[in-house]
Design a protein around this ligand. Structure first.
Ligand code: NDP
Length: 403
């Protein structure tokens, strides 16, 4: 039985709050805190109407560790679930250490003034969390998150070694807007406009942004063009998967989305370099974020499905070289009916809730800082379907989708 503080009341924060409230034990008391308290209040009243559970809310600027520390000291949670933005990760980890509280997030730290993300900053906290007897779980959304756990599960259940991994993320949904991002626009566009990167035979290889692509036939969504990108889980999986020879990440984009992105990039709207506008400094990408639809506003009329999974190959425990494909299909409209969300926020928030539950139940409580593939995949895989993200596993006999 535990109190939990959820920080961030955007698309993902809403799902986490709904799902924790719906789960009941071990979540006995919940507080949702964010920069704009009105967003927390709106989610809280939705939760009360839909599930009959009352949660508390608070205003918080989590950029300042002292603010988070004061809130933790007054609410006394056992765990903080950080679903604000990657910029706040270190400040919230500092507050958790100071207050003696466990930590979980869904995205790795990113400095505001550099479009760069890597785990080094958060891995540097390993010893401090371990000495304090506290657990920090990193990247417990879908990708990173459930995809890492699929890899850990494949290793535990089926493979002696994993030789290749292709993480394939397809959103075949339609939200009816000309251009919108499914999670925080600033973080999303920073990620997509970076150079592509994958790991092969012991080294990182780079590609021009979105220059490598291939079609793939996704179950329940059909053939979609997927683009090679760098994504944060590649960094930790390279460290943690035995025998790895190649790992890549692919995401689907429609032509309309890519055209908008190219035009916005060409006119300078995706830049993070400050410019002077009417005597005031503004960051073009932050201005663009302000005019784009909010991720949490997309859910109501969203149709179609997501399909995210891992295509893995290597020698099985029986010694045969095989391909294995494990994925989840999630329906945007069903997410809206259940928790007033679209499927991208849903597929991120549900693993975060289950990771928090496993930590509080003691199954994932382990002092230190961990990426999810370092934790036992068994309890997660046994429970995740019950919370809304069932998985399908197949043993394809045909050729690799992108050899
Ligand atoms: P949103 O932009 O919808 O929500 C972010 C929330 O954080 C907003 O409520 C925002 O407040 C709040 N926030 C921002 N800055 C602060 C601050 N200084 N103090 C307190 N609160 C703050 O983003 P999403 O919900 O889409 O994404 C949330 C996180 O989930 C991101 O880190 C994202 O990268 C991650 N993510 C992970 C995925 C995965 O599969 N692993 C997939 C999708 C997202 P305000 O409303 O006032 O701006």
């Amino acid at each position: 039985m535990a109190r939990v503080l959820i920080i961030g009341a955007g698309g993902v924060g809403g799902v986490v709050a709904h799902k924790c409230a719906m789960a009941g034990a071990p979540f006995t008391e919940l507080m949702l805190a964010s920069r704009t308290v009105a967003k927390c209040d709106a989610i809280a009243s939705q939760i009360e109407d839909m599930h009959g559970v009352r949660i508390r809310t608070a205003s918080l600027d989590a950029d300042v560790p002292a603010n988070t520390l004061a809130l933790i000291r007054s609410f006394e949670p056992e765990l903080v679930i950080n679903v604000a933005l990657p910029y706040q990760d270190l400040a919230i980890m500092d507050a958790c250490l100071e207050a003696g509280v466990h930590y979980l997030d869904t995205a790795n730290y990113e400095p505001r003034d550099q479009a760069k993300f890597e785990y080094s900053w958060q891995w540097a906290y390993r010893e401090r969390f371990e000495k304090a007897g506290l657990t920090a779980i990193l990247g417990c959304g879908f990708d990173p998150g459930q995809t890492n756990i699929y890899c850990a599960w494949a290793v535990k259940r089926h493979f002696q070694e994993v030789h290749t991994v292709d993480i394939m993320d397809c959103n075949a949904g339609d939200h009816g807007k000309a251009f919108a991002t499914n999670f925080n626009p600033e973080i999303n566009i920073r990620e997509i406009t970076q150079r592509g990167r994958f790991w092969e035979n012991g080294e990182w290889k780079e590609t021009d942004p979105l220059s490598v692509h291939a079609p793939f036939d996704f179950a329940e969504s059909g053939v979609k063009e997927m683009y090679l990108m760098y994504h944060e889980e590649l960094e930790s999986l390279v460290e943690n998967l035995p025998g790895l020879r190649r790992i890549r990440f692919w995401m689907t984009f429609g032509q309309e989305y890519l055209t908008h992105l190219r035009v916005l990039g060409n006119v300078g709207m995706t830049s993070i370099e400050p410019i002077l506008y009417e005597g005031r400094e503004i960051v073009p990408l932050q201005f663009l974020k302000a005019v784009l639809p909010k991720p949490e506003s997309l859910g109501e009329n969203y149709t179609g499905k997501t399909n995210i999974g891992c295509w893995i190959s290597g020698p099985t425990h029986a010694g045969e070289i095989k391909s294995y494909y494990i994925y989840n299909v999630c329906d945007h409209a069903a997410c809206w009916r259940e928790v007033r969300s679209q499927a991208i926020s849903y597929t991120t928030g549900v693993p975060a809730m289950l990771g928090a539950k496993l930590l509080l139940d003691g199954l994932w409580k382990r002092p230190g800082v961990w990426n999810v593939e370092q934790l036992d995949p068994e309890p997660f895989m046994q429970q995740i379907a019950d919370y809304g993200l069932p998985w399908v596993e197949t043993w394809p006999s045909g050729p690799h989708p992108v050899p």
